[in-house]
Design a protein around this ligand. Structure first.
Ligand code: FE2
Ligand code: FE2
Length: 222
């Protein structure tokens, strides 16, 4: 029984294929047109899809570039590398102060401000770790470069702990306060000791070069 059904079915589909291939011109045209439409549709669709994807990617890249330019324009003050970094220290301390003004009930605001602080400190650390600390090591100031870079590790630890913590916890603000004090001490050492010492030994060209590199790294992270 199964064989008969199978044969019948096979014959039916065979007859349908022969009709479509053979006699009836309009049916053949339909078939060909269908086939060519399918082909055109497939290629056209893939091509259109690729074009749309490429256009979408270009728009996304352009939008991201515009966003970065806007962010960099808003957040990166002009000036030499040490002035740029000192201004970023101040911007971070302002975010700390905004967090310290919050109530335990303002959990959403705390979450948003911790994200903002994380972005600001990540960008800042990236600039220092990719440009300024290597420049310090190049002039035999590896001790301070290593010390400061080690402290950046604890900055990330604080950020991790605060992001994991219940934002309504009574321990939240005391931790933020400890974190702020650590960042302020770190920034003071950079601004008052380490950066002036490095800058003093640089030519105008070297100084400008470091400024360009800091801005470039900042742009990547904006
Ligand atoms: Fe630093
Ligand atoms: Fe810094």
């Amino acid at each position: 029984m199964a064989t008969t059904t199978s044969n019948r079915s096979s014959n039916r589909s065979g007859s349908s294929r022969s009709t479509s291939r053979g006699g009836n011109r309009s049916s053949g045209e339909k078939g060909n047109r269908g086939s060519s439409q399918r082909s055109a549709f497939n290629w056209g669709s893939t091509g259109s899809w690729l074009s749309a994807a490429a256009a979408g990617a270009a728009i996304a890249i352009g939008a991201n570039l515009a966003r970065k330019l806007a962010m960099q324009g808003m957040s990166a003050p002009a000036g030499d590398w040490d002035e740029v970094l000192a201004a970023e220290h101040q911007q971070s301390l302002i975010i700390f102060d905004k967090i310290l003004e919050t109530e335990d009930s303002q959990t959403m605001k705390r979450t948003m401000l911790i994200k903002k602080l994380t972005h600001a400190l990540d960008k800042h650390a990236h600039e220092e770790e990719h440009v300024v600390y290597p420049a310090l090591r190049a002039v035999n100031d590896a001790h301070d470069a290593d010390l400061l870079e080690g402290e950046h590790g604890y900055v990330k630890t604080f950020l991790f702990e605060l992001s994991e913590m219940e934002k309504s916890s009574p321990d939240f603000l005391p931790k933020v306060q400890m974190f702020r004090e650590m960042v302020e001490r770190h920034a003071k050492m950079e601004e008052e000791e380490v950066f002036p010492r490095l800058k003093q030994g640089l030519t105008r060209e070297q100084n400008d070069h470091i400024t360009n590199l800091v801005n470039k790294e900042g742009f990547k992270m904006a």
